[in-house]
Design a protein around this ligand. Structure first.
Ligand code: NAD
Length: 489
């Protein structure tokens, strides 16, 4: 198999780092082989990025011309949606129906930030009586380090690259070790769309080597990271030392709550989708299920029935619900959490193991799993498993529920199922979570801010602040009085 080139400072070339192999998680077969970026690639990419964002030819380009590049990328993505979705399913094992959605969402993100770039305005915050007029303008930050995880590559990458470029920055993107292919495709599409050379480089490689070298480089002016809380904390420390901003989209252990007035069928279906889609490999997966006692038995029985009916299989088989997990090592870590749940006193109602089907034996599959009999303080309720494992717990009153739901270091998302909107809204306000879904789950809008409370992150992506997160404000004063200062006559 030929070695894929990487994209450094506007050039396609073999990386100068160690060999990497992308594997199809459904059977372990090789998808692509490439060499990671090396230190010299990092130095060249960042030097080129630093020149590119300062270049007046790009910096002074009017917003609609910058936006045009993003519009072209968006069209190119949609023209190749099927090919990109297939590649992403091979790279990370997600079902094709999901990766088609992720590709479409990347195209939509490019369109949205093209629009945001065009409508972004500075301010004239001048007090009426002042002898000065002031302008407040938004300027780019410079070189942005974008670092992404493996679970939703093209979507999470575009969520960083599009606003950062729209804001006038250059981006050095480091995709996850397991999934380098979509980021490289994205570079190809941006190049085709006419993005000037140097504004985007894609440097695959190990986080502890290449990621670390990028974020510590003195020319990098912002870290935009999506990944685990542990890595996020480490990068926040580097950002603090270097005094540069960091946006951190981190882990979660989100509660899904069913109140006793909920539509049981709607809730059960929403809960299953919330935890089992992407085989639970979602930061926002609704992993802790709290059900008001009156509905507990029937609701849990229905969730169990639906979970048993979900189809686990090859991501390219039409109609499957769960593909394999990203790797055998990750599948083993999920299995270890189920063993721990049993030790902690949990009862496995559904799943809890790899599927028995011999046709799936080469892939890192795990069955949708439902556990009960645990307390919210159990380790499986406190730690992020990142797999298709749901723990159900009953509750009696709202005060007890709020205390349990908020008893987590995480605060990324929450779900509420209820027919009583004032009650649901009151509860939504009491939950410590960056996103709360009422009678829906995992629904997204690019214009709505997304991010975590507590150890789930810092900063917000999406929406108009999604572009401002890649800018800094400059205030300019124009003296109008003719007096240079208080000492003047
Ligand atoms: P991870 O933290 O292990 O890796 C994420 C990225 O960081 C990878 O590209 C990795 O190479 C890089 N990295 C690791 N160490 C680094 C270092 N020292 N310096 C620079 N870069 C480094 O996470 P993962 O296992 O790839 O992804 C799963 C995690 O991501 C889960 O915790 C999940 O909740 C989280 N996630 C969060 C969101 C969100 O929006 N909040 C979205 C998706 C995933």
């Amino acid at each position: 198999m030929s070695v894929l080139p990487i994209f450094v400072a506007g050039q396609w070339r073999t990386g100068k780092g160690e060999e990497m192999v992308s594997r199809f998680p459904a059977d372990g077969s090789e998808v692509a082989r490439l060499n990671a970026a090396g230190e010299q690639d990092v130095a060249e990419a960042i030097a080129a990025a630093d020149r590119a964002w300062r270049d007046p030819a790009w910096r002074n380009r009017v917003p609609h011309e910058r936006a045009a590049v993003l519009h072209r990328v968006s069209k190119l993505i949609m023209a190749r949606q099927e090919e990109l979705a297939q590649l992403q399913s091979r790279d990370n094992g997600k079902p094709l129906a999901e990766t088609r959605g992720l590709v479409a969402s990347a195209a939509a993100t490019a369109r949205y930030f093209a629009a945001a770039c065009e409508v972004l305005e500075g301010e004239l915050p001048t007090p009426r009586s002042a002898a000065v007029m002031t302008l407040s303008e938004y300027e780019p930050l410079g070189v942005v380090a974008a670092i992404t995880p493996w679970n939703s590559p093209i979507a999470s990458e575009m969520q960083k690259v599009a606003p950062a470029l729209a804001a006038g920055n250059a981006v050095v993107l480091k995709p996850a070790e397991a999934t380098p292919l979509m980021a490289l495709k994205l570079a190809e599409l941006f190049e085709q769309a006419g993005l000037p050379a140097g504004l985007l480089s894609v440097l695959p490689g190990k986080g502890s080597v290449i990621g670390e070298a990028i974020v510590r480089h003195p020319a990098v002016r912002k870290i935009s990271f999506t990944g685990g809380t542990r890595t996020g904390r480490h990068l926040a420390a580097i950002a603090a030392e270097r005094l540069i901003p960091a946006s951190l989209e981190l882990g979660g252990k989100s509660p899904t709550i069913v109140l006793d007035d909920a539509d049981l069928e709607q809730a059960a279906r929403g809960i299953c989708y919330g935890i089992y889609s992407s085989a639970g490999q979602a930061c926002i997966a609704g992993a802790r299920l709290f059900v008001q006692r009156k509905l507990y038995q029937p609701l849990v029985a229905r969730v169990a029935q639906l979970a048993r009916g979900l189809r686990v299989g090859d991501p390219f088989t039409p109609g499957i619900h769960l593909g394999p997990l990203i790797s055998a090592a990750h599948r083993d870590s999920v299995a270890a959490y189920v063993a721990l749940a049993k030790e902690e006193g949990g009862r496995v109602l559904v799943g809890g193991e790899a599927p028995a089907d011999p046709a799936l034996s080469k892939g890192s599959y795990f069955l949708p799993t439902l556990i009960e009999g645990l307390d919210n303080r159990a380790r499986v309720c406190q730690e992020e498993i990142f797999g298709p494992v749901l723990v159900a717990m009953p509750f009696d009153d709202e005060a007890e529920l709020i205390a349990m739901a908020n008893d987590s270091v995480y605060g990324l998302a929450a779900g509420i199922w209820s027919r009583d909107f004032p009650r649901a809204l009151r509860l939504a306000r009491a939950l410590e979570a960056g996103t709360v879904w009422i009678n829906t789950y995992k629904t997204f809008s690019i214009s709505t801010p997304f991010g975590g409370f507590k150890e789930s992150g810092l900063g917000r992506e999406k929406g108009m602040q999604g572009i401002k997160a890649y800018m800094q404000q400059k205030s300019i004063y124009l003296g109008l009085s003719g007096q240079s200062n208080l000492w003047s006559d």
